[in-house]
Design a protein around this ligand. Structure first.
Ligand SMILES: [Zn+2]
Ligand SMILES: [Zn+2]
Length: 154
């Protein structure tokens, strides 16, 4: 009697989820695979001899990556909706020192309706405002100077 033995590589899925696939450039489903070298007898893998590591496969493009890909941060623009992006750009302008009412006027002049303007601006402000004690102009918290009076806000 003689034995046919050898080694065989086998992979099994250890987890799955969503990740940012660098190839697809969007969120995709992935499978995290574990590769092991098994001792086999008559071509049947019996037990694991060696860990050959793990890799991540994109379920869409089937590219494989090192597990570190799972820690990769999704570029912010990729997960933001057009609406979020707009609110962020409003916030940025406010932070650059634009008074709140001027911001609203600007949006309305760009054909944004009033309720939407109020909604987006209030989201951008996030309840953090500062008013000029001299003229009453309102700004997003953190703005240093009143554009109207050219004086420091406190
Ligand atoms: Zn992919
Ligand atoms: Zn002022």
């Amino acid at each position: 009697m003689f034995f046919i033995f050898g080694t065989k590589n086998r992979q099994k899925e250890i987890s799955s989820g969503n990740f940012y696939c660098p190839h697809c450039r969007v969120q995709r489903a992935y499978k995290l695979m574990q590769v092991g070298q098994y001792f086999s007898l008559y071509f049947i893998p019996l037990f694991r001899i060696k860990d050959l590591g793990q890799y991540v496969v994109c379920q869409h493009c089937e590219q494989s990556y090192k597990p570190e890909v799972l820690n990769m941060k999704v570029p912010v623009e990729q997960i933001l909706t057009a609406r979020d992006r707009l609110v962020l750009s409003i916030q940025k302008e406010l932070q650059e020192g634009m008074p709140v009412h001027m911001m609203k006027r600007k949006l309305i002049s760009q054909k944004m309706d009033e309720p939407t303007t109020e909604q987006y601006v209030s989201e951008a402000l996030d309840g953090k405002t500062i008013s000029c004690t001299e003229c009453g102009f309102e700004y997003i918290a953190g703005v240093q100077r009143c554009l109207n009076c050219d004086r420091e806000l406190e």
